[in-house]
Design a protein around this ligand. Structure first.
Ligand SMILES: NC(=O)c1ccc[n+]([C@@H]2O[C@H](COP(=O)([O-])OP(=O)(O)OC[C@H]3O[C@@H](n4cnc5c(N)ncnc54)[C@H](OP(=O)(O)O)[C@@H]3O)[C@@H](O)[C@H]2O)c1
Length: 292
């Protein structure tokens, strides 16, 4: 894995970025990415969203972007097309578009839809980047893994980086299979931290705090720990050792976790997510194989 870049793009901070971008699907992820693009000085007038759900149109228009229900019209003069529909409808969405792509860079954020499936659905179209973002993209604190075949040129890779970087950190992987690990670590990752928060809030309540007190303390602690880990030159392991005094309270907690092999269970959980990601990719490959 290589090329980690943060969401802050200082070189773009004072200039307007001009690329026509079309989003196919205007749901949660598309809205998150669009919010990030606008914050990074992309022009709203250059962004078109094709979304069949009329109820979402007002929300999208409030962002200032163009809204349509016509996918072909949306991609017509776009430089970048972001495929932000659910994986299950991808074949249906791409079939009518397969003759529409000439020079566009296609970025798919659909979980589990492989480059070969996308390329096949588009009549062997080569300019495709596959990305796996996560929900903190909604607050421009996301983490995205990106993969493209060797056929995708440096300029297209840079463009994909710019688009996804609007939502947070961007990390390119060298093998498509590694996106299963990205899915397991960061794609599904927010849920693991929410799970830990749930358990800590419950424990605080069990020990006499109100739910509100326990929640406030838990969330602020999660935020503080994440900020420390991001900003520190030390590894999380070292940071943990630094706050674990011999025979102190933290040591008692860590020993209890070690006794039940919490770390092993977490590793098994992430392995289960990666395995499921690979299974879903195979299932989607098969289900879309009937679409010529
Ligand atoms: N949310 C995440 O954490 C996350 C993380 C990584 C990747 N992703 C990927 O991001 C993609 C979008 O996820 P999301 O959470 O944003 O889903 P979402 O909120 O359901 O958004 C998808 C939107 O696309 C619309 N759509 C359906 N068919 C369409 C068509 N033919 N043409 C144009 N638009 C169409 C959907 O409308 P309907 O509601 O009518 O179907 C929906 O509004 C998925 O492929 C997912 O795998 C999501």
């Amino acid at each position: 894995m290589h090329a980690v870049t943060s969401g802050q793009a200082p070189e773009q901070a004072h200039e307007t970025v001009s690329h026509k971008i079309a989003f196919i699907g205007g749901g949660n992820m598309a809205q998150a990415l669009i919010g990030g693009l606008l914050a990074q000085q992309f022009k709203a007038a250059d962004i078109t969203v094709s979304e069949p759900v009329e109820a979402l149109h007002d929300t999208l228009r409030e962002l200032g972007v163009k809204v349509t229900t016509d996918n072909q019209q949306a991609v017509h003069d776009a430089r970048v097309v972001v495929l932000a529909v659910k994986p299950q409808v991808m074949a249906l969405v791409l079939e009518p578009l397969r003759d529409q792509f000439k020079n566009q860079l296609i970025i798919s954020i659909a979980a589990g839809v492989t480059i070969s499936t996308l390329s096949r659905l588009l009549g062997n179209y080569p300019r495709i980047v596959r990305a796996m973002p996560n929900t903190p993209a909604l607050i421009q604190t996301g983490a995205s893994g990106l993969y493209a075949t060797a056929a995708v040129e440096t300029a297209d890779r840079a463009l994909a980086t710019t688009v996804l970087q609007a939502a947070g950190l961007v990390l390119w992987v060298e093998q498509e299979q590694q996106l299963d690990a990205v899915t397991a670590v960061s794609g599904s990752g927010p849920a693991y931290f929410f799970y830990l928060m749930e358990a800590m809030i419950q424990a605080g309540q069990d020990m006499g705090l109100t739910e509100a007190q326990s929640k406030a303390l838990t969330l602020q602690t999660a935020l503080g720990a994440a900020k420390m880990a991001v900003n520190s030159p030390h590894s999380p392991a070292q940071l943990r050792k630094n706050v674990t005094s011999p025979n102190g309270t933290t040591q008692a907690a860590i020993e209890a976790m070690d006794a039940t092999q919490v770390n092993v269970h977490i590793q098994q959980a992430l392995q289960a997510a990666a395995t499921r990601s690979a299974e879903l990719a195979i299932a989607l490959e098969h289900s879309s194989a009937t679409v010529k």
